[in-house]
Design a protein around this ligand. Sequence first.
Ligand code: ADP
Length: 396
Amino acid sequence: MSNSLVLVINSGSSSLKFALIDTVVGDAVLSGLGECFGLPEANVSWKYNGEKKEYALSEGNHHQLAVDRIVALVDELGLKDDIVAVGHRVVHGGEKFTSTVKIDDEVLKEIENLSDLAPLHNPAHVIGMRASLAAFPSLSQYAVFDTAFHQTMPAKAFTGAISRKLYEDYGIRRYGFHGTSHYFVSREAAKVLNKPVEESNFISVHLGNGASVCAIKNGKSVDTSMGFTPLAGLMMGTRCGDLDPSIIEFLLKKGWSQEEVFTELNKKSGLLGVSGLTSDCRGIIEAMENGHEGATLAFEIFCYRVAKYIGSYMVALDELDSIIFTAGIGENSQPIRSKILENLKIFGYREDEEGNAAARFGNRGIITKPNTPVAMVIPTNEEWVIANESMALLHA
Ligand code: ADP
């Protein structure tokens, strides 16, 4: 294991996820989560060798205290000296960052400057990075951006049908997110098909609590469904996805505050809003099987919208090697994948029921019948990409 460990940190406003990735084996040696930052119940929990443990954080700067706890933990476990780099997930890299970079003062400043575009994420990332830089002063640390993979989109895909001034003055355009995941699964799918990724074309469908579709031409992102923020595109767990913008003005005129509208569309919409029940796909499927009307409609809309995006991205590609399903729902939910494929029957997709049933709990596989257009499941692994990108730059 020696000298192959990269610590991956995903710092949010009130939480901090971490994983220690062995870049040779590809597995997480240790993974954990700090949560409830800013509250008395702030804690860090982790899993190591199949055992789960939790540690309560005292009062103070919880990002720093959590990172300090991680340092002490890796020391106690005898892993500290094997860590060679730290990789940080960053949601928004704007147009500035098109690939992974080594973190220095200037990079920190740039990420902070992009906070306007990702007010919930970028400031929290910077807090986590500063804590980590203080805790691991001798290690090189890297920023890996969710937006970077999508920087290859052509102007016709990223430019909104609005005045150019809004782009020039405020940077309003499509940026796209989940780039690390779309990047990873497309590379893995090319391996499954035994084709160079530079000659491979995919429609990658990341379905988790957040969800997005990406058209990948010759290995590069050419369009994606999330936009200026991760609110656009597909229906998600609690997010509305695409919506007539006039609805916002309408609600404001009805006396809703800006904050209420924002919360409604981000936190109370999607599967949760339509079902009136839950944002969790498993709960939706279970309720649907018990005849729940809202859950059934939520399921129908979810699958219909994914299929519509896949259909529209046929236009972005000249050829298509495979649809790729990934993330919590995409990797595990046979009924969702089955319905999406059924909605795509005009394109010739035919579900292979056995293959579809087998592709779950981390199993990859083709889920369509032989001699019909291909769809497959590839489990995503964003931490692994972050660790590998960091390792590659460390040795560059
Ligand atoms: P995040 O975007 O938070 O990383 P995940 O990729 O973990 O989300 O996906 C979470 C979603 O995956 C939830 O809607 C959850 O219900 C769904 N999911 C997880 N396991 C299963 C399963 N076995 N069957 C259906 N849905 C599942």
